[in-house]
Write a protein that binds this ligand. Structure first.
Ligand code: FAD
Length: 361
């Protein structure tokens, strides 16, 4: 009899298992997929760590989280500096003085602010993503670098999307193109999968084991990190997710695009971005692996859920499920899918570590 059955070998599940075993509890981890690491999983291809489910850049402001993860991996000094490709023209991202200078031939923050102010004239309280974007960066950037990309990504008109989505995007009036503001950032030098191998080394693990379909071992407590709506058999309806199709390609070139991430912002290109994995680890190999990302329609139970759509409608459905979870005894819910939160890795780590602290206190 296990003390804990843990559903999901992603960060939340793997951390719970590692920390609980350290406290003396016997755990078994199951995952319906045939590999560990959840969406952070990386595979080795031609000496390159390929991020199978989208590019994962580790970044955090938390010293606690940074020290904790460094027990299981060493990180390089990669910083994310993506570029936008609009019909063959290259712009710096996130929006910063390099972007403004290229677009408008200007050099100072004052000139950039003046142009944006003139272009966003008349928008006081933005009602949708389009208005919010124009207020933040003006019409030129909106039409070249935001509209096409966002509408591809969300498969909705920017006029129908909420302002919150675009508010997350950094806009800088300096020549700083580091995407993240966090003091700690990097990529694990041995890939993400090795972190999970370290975490789950001594833990009983069953892969290809679906909580809802497979024969389960006996257990006293359950930690569930899968989709919350599925756990309750979609009682209040399915929650919406954004999902993607990844098209991986192995190329006989040393360097395909000169950068890890290039966003294609015109609606004439069907994919949203190309990731060239070797640039995450500064690898000098004769081949290169790239991934094109295509947004696809999400169908609950059929396609993989990636990004929760935390709008008012979905959050109100989630709130109903959350109330059900509060009635459970010996069942705990955590992670991106069970909490329906747009968690980055550091936030999941922090949430799992807090859960263990509360459980053991
Ligand atoms: P998951 O990793 O999703 O793990 C849940 C696990 O549960 C999965 O392995 C799943 O197979 C398993 N499971 C589900 N249902 C069942 C079932 N019925 N039976 C058995 N097993 C089940 N974060 C960053 O910090 N930086 C980034 O750059 C970044 N980029 C991202 C890019 C993409 C495209 C995506 C999708 C996410 C990105 N993230 C990034 C977020 C990061 O992936 C998550 O924070 C992290 O993976 C969440 O861990 P988790 O354990 O909550 O969930």
């Amino acid at each position: 009899m296990y003390d804990f059955l843990i559903v999901g070998a992603g960060f939340y599940g793997a951390i719970c298992a590692y920390e609980l075993e350290k406290l003396g509890f016997k755990c078994v981890v199951i995952d319906k997929r045939n590999f560990i690491g959840g969406n952070c999983h990386t595979s080795k291809m031609h000496g390159i760590d390929v991020h199978d489910f989208g590019p994962h850049i580790f970044h955090t402001s938390s010293e606690v989280v940074w020290n904790w993860i460094n027990q299981f991996a060493s990180f390089n000094n990669f910083t994310l500096r993506p570029v936008a490709n609009y019909k063959g023209e290259i712009f710096s991202l996130p929006f910063n003085m390099w972007t403004f200078s290229k677009l408008w031939g200007i050099t100072s923050p004052q000139e950039a602010r003046e142009i944006i102010k003139n272009q966003s004239n008349g928008i006081n309280v933005p009602k949708n993503l389009e208005e919010q974007a124009i207020k933040m960066v003006g019409t030129d950037i909106y039409h070249k670098l935001i509209k096409g990309y966002t509408e591809k990504q969300w498969q909705k008109s920017a006029k129908e999307l909420p302002v919150e989505i675009i508010k997350r995007l950094p806009v800088r009036f300096t020549y700083d193109n580091n995407y993240f503001n966090d003091p700690y950032q990097g990529i694990p030098t041995q890939g993400y999968t090795s972190i999970f191998e370290n975490l789950l080394d001594d833990i009983d693990l069953r892969l290809g084991c679906d909580f809802f379909k497979s024969k389960l071992p006996n257990y006293k407590n359950l930690i569930y990190t899968g989709p919350i709506d599925l756990f309750y058999n979609y009682k209040y309806g399915p929650l919406e997710y954004k999902t993607l199709r990844f098209n991986h390609k192995i190329l006989n070139v040393n360097d395909f695009q000169g950068t890890a991430m290039m966003n294609f912002t015109s609606d004439e290109v069907p994919f949203t971005r190309i990731v060239e994995h070797k640039h995450f680890n500064f690898k000098n190999t004769t081949k290169s692996v790239i991934t094109e990302e295509f947004p696809v329609n999400y169908i609950a139970g059929k396609t993989e859920p990636y990004y929760p759509v935390n709008d008012t409608h979905n959050n109100s459905i989630y709130e109903k499920y959350r109330k059900l979870t509060k009635r459970e005894t010996n069942i705990y819910f955590g992670g991106r899918l069970a909490e329906y939160k747009y968690y980055d890795m550091d936030k999941v780590i922090s949430s799992a570590l807090n859960f263990i602290t509360n459980l053991s206190s």
